[in-house]
Design a protein around this ligand. Structure first.
Ligand SMILES: *Cc1c(COP(=O)(O)O)cnc(C)c1O
Length: 392
């Protein structure tokens, strides 16, 4: 063991702890649902991305188990070797049809999809314009591409146009979350698309939090804005949030998908996701399309929560999605309120820098179709008490 390594790491950890930025994992026992056992205590969860309650759905479980019996567990290799199973192909075809795009390509996670796709499409000398609040995986993809990255102020279309101007003859891309993951607001997608078209900049939208939740049949923020392949040529989303499974995909034209198969390193050099997970995602997709009540109940809960929170005077951010952040500012305050909530039986983790900008530590409250109004009432009561005890 190297003494200098140990000493270096201990000093770093001490520093992170003193700044209230230390991160630790909590152990979930049994199923991850709205009711969960966390570090040995029963709690109601208000911070998962399982927006439709599908992660524990019996039909997804059955689809996965049946597929494991037939196809085994691991996929054995990357998709270009022996890892591409019929389950993967069926899921890709169903996603493409659902999103009204010619093709889709499956990847093991959203992080890998964003890192791989952006660095495959863009390179040195190209320009990428990126919303300041974009997800870390998009940021890392841009870094890896070595393109010239320009960040525009959050959802600020005038700033975006300024950044795009004066770059004739260079390949240009605009990158945005569809629904911002830590804020819950929806990107100005129609304007992004219009700007992209006017300036011949390729638009990539990451709809990880819109898929399943917004738009007709849950087809996401992009479909809700009425945008098709021409407006949003590169559409990415994940399978581990509202779909209740794991993995991610990119949807677009035949040429886009074939090009990505040739050159996306996080796709080429990574083992394919287990086919059984693809079967579970297929079932999730089917339920998202058929069970409209899940989305309706979820949106009615969002309205219920916001009205009650407004009555309590809670400073909620502007958001109509299931992501309802309560911005508290100081890291230590967010941690303390989160801890108080846990003692009252509610799990809402504190989100701190670098996940969000300094001074905007928050509770990222998320609602799920698996919650009911009584649970929301309980959370609000506990939240009121936790904030009051802070003020006192
Ligand atoms: C969760 C998330 C990802 C990463 O997806 P994983 O499948 O969890 O790796 C990418 N983009 C956004 C906006 C996300 O919220």
């Amino acid at each position: 063991m190297s003494e200098s390594l140990e000493q270096h790491l201990r000093e770093q950890l001490g520093d992170v702890r003193s700044r209230h930025l230390y991160r630790r994992r909590r152990v979930i026992e049994g199923a991850h649902g709205v009711q969960a056992r966390v570090d040995g205590r029963d709690v109601t969860v208000f911070c998962s991305n399982d927006y439709l309650g599908l992660a524990t759905h019996p039909e997804l479980q059955a689809a996965l188990v049946a597929a494991v019996r037939q196809q085994g567990v691991g996929s054995g290799a990357s998709q270009l070797v022996t890892g591409y199973n019929r389950a993967h192909r069926d899921l890709e075809e169903e996603l493409a049809e659902y999103l009204e795009r010619p093709r889709a390509l499956l990847l093991s996670s959203g992080y890998l999809a964003n890192v791989g796709v952006i660095s495959a499409l863009m390179g040195r000398g190209d320009v990428i314009c990126s919303d300041r609040l974009n997800h870390a995986s998009l940021i890392d993809g841009m870094r890896l591409s070595h393109a010239d990255v320009r960040r525009y102020a959050h959802a600020d279309m005038a700033d975006l146009r300024r950044q795009l101007d004066g770059q004739p003859g260079r390949r240009r891309m605009i990158v945005s979350d569809g629904v911002f993951s830590m804020d819950g607001d929806v990107a100005p997608l129609a304007e992004l698309a219009a700007t992209g078209r006017a300036q011949d900049a390729w638009l990539l939208v990451d709809d990880a939090h819109g898929l399943g939740v917004l738009g007709p049949q849950g087809r996401g923020a992009v479909a809700e804005a009425g945008l098709g392949l021409d407006e949003v040529p590169i559409l990415m989303a994940t399978l581990g949030k509202s779909l209740g499974a794991a993995g991610a995909f990119v949807a677009g034209s035949e040429a886009l998908i074939e090009s990505l198969i040739q050159s996306t390193r996080t796709f080429i050099f990574s083992t394919a996701p287990p086919p059984a997970v693809a079967e579970a995602a297929r079932k999730g997709l089917q339920l998202i399309r058929e069970e409209t009540w899940r989305r309706e109940h979820l949106h009615s809960l969002v309205g219920y929560f916001r009205e009650a929170a407004a009555r309590l005077g809670l400073p909620l951010a502007e958001s109509r999605t299931p992501i309802q952040p309560l911005i508290l500012g100081e890291e230590s305050v967010a941690l303390a309120v989160s801890e108080k909530l846990l003692q009252s039986g509610y799990l809402v983790t504190a989100i701190r820098p670098p996940t969000v900008p300094r001074g905007t530590a928050r509770l990222r409250i998320t609602l799920s179709a698996a919650h009911d109004e009584q649970e929301v009432d309980g959370l609000l009561e506990a939240l009121g008490a936790a904030l009051e005890s802070r003020a006192a």
